[in-house]
Design a protein around this ligand. Structure first.
Ligand code: NAD
Length: 257
């Protein structure tokens, strides 16, 4: 087992990448604090972990709210005695996120609150817990859009993920000698709820697929496996990385026919 006796807190654990990661980490021996604002989704994740013989607790917390973030970290230490892995994964992609002219301030602010401030607050309250545990691994979910632009604009989302990436680099340096590693996990387009509700026609899906050398969307479980690597000792010399798991998108100029 690659996470034996570890305690992992996963935000956005009520679905998508978060749920896949919770079940995978639990199978690898970790106790899970599953955080979300979707109580039904969070409870379902815990039930799946427990059914697989693992340990998990659900905590309702909005990552954009400081008190909630303090509460989720306290829950990890209170329930399982420590925190070893912090996966700041919760994120939103707003349906009305567009270009500079058409994105409202409200959509911009909400996206920044959840995607950027949420990661900041997770780190603000999570890093002291990792220090108390003698070190650990932080994984922040950014995106391939942090390094590549798209003519199908989601300006607030793209900017928010750029912020996650640069925040991650700086945190990695600040804590590099404290046995705390901080990496940005950058998924390519995935077949999860978050993207599929936005690409709601075949035409929109195909407009994306032509840019993916592998010719398909990624799956949440493929991102969970990358998160497992970053969480475990196997990545013990990896920090501050832009960890792209993207089906080859960022390598491509012309994709295969
Ligand atoms: P998802 O929508 O399936 O899951 C996101 C989860 O976060 C949901 O359960 C949601 O309830 C929760 N959440 C939303 N706001 C929250 C808040 N304020 N506090 C706590 N929880 C909250 O999406 P996913 O595809 O699993 O996305 C996970 C992460 O991966 C996000 O940060 C997303 O931006 C990123 N990402 C996704 C893709 C993709 O194609 N799906 C690509 C790159 C990056």
């Amino acid at each position: 087992m690659r996470l034996r006796d570890k305690v992992a807190l996963i935000t956005g654990a009520g679905g998508g990448i978060g749920r896949e990661t919770a079940t995978l980490f639990a199978r690898e021996g970790a106790a899970i604090i599953a955080v979300d604002i979707d109580d039904a989704g969070g409870d379902a994740t815990v039930a799946e972990v427990v059914a697989g013989g693992g340990r998990a607790s659900y905590v309702h917390a909005d990552v954009s709210v400081a008190d909630d973030c303090q509460k989720m970290i306290a829950a990890a230490e209170g329930t399982y005695g420590k925190l070893d892995v912090l996966f700041n994964n919760a994120g939103i992609s707003h349906a009305e996120d567009d270009d500079a002219i058409n994105t409202s301030e409200a959509v911009w602010d909400l996206t920044m609150q959840v995607n950027v401030k949420g990661v900041f607050l997770g780190c603000k309250y999570g890093i002291p817990a990792l220090q108390r545990a003698g070190g650990g691994s932080i994984i922040n979910t950014a995106s391939f859009v942090a390094v590549l632009g798209a003519a199908t604009p989601q300006l607030a989302y793209t900017a928010s993920k750029g912020a996650v990436l640069s925040m991650t680099r700086e945190l990695a340096l600040i804590h590099a000698r404290e046995n705390i590693r901080v990496n940005a996990l950058c998924p390519g387009p995935l077949r999860t709820e978050l993207l599929m509700k936005y690409l709601d026609t075949d035409e929109k899906k195909n407009r994306r697929l032509v840019h993916i050398p592998m010719g398909r969307f990624g799956e949440a479980h493929e991102i969970a496996k990358a998160a497992l690597y970053l969480a475990s000792e196997e990545s013990s010399f990896v920090t501050g990385s832009t960890f792209l798991v993207d089906g080859g998108i960022t390598a491509a100029y012309v994709t295969p026919e």
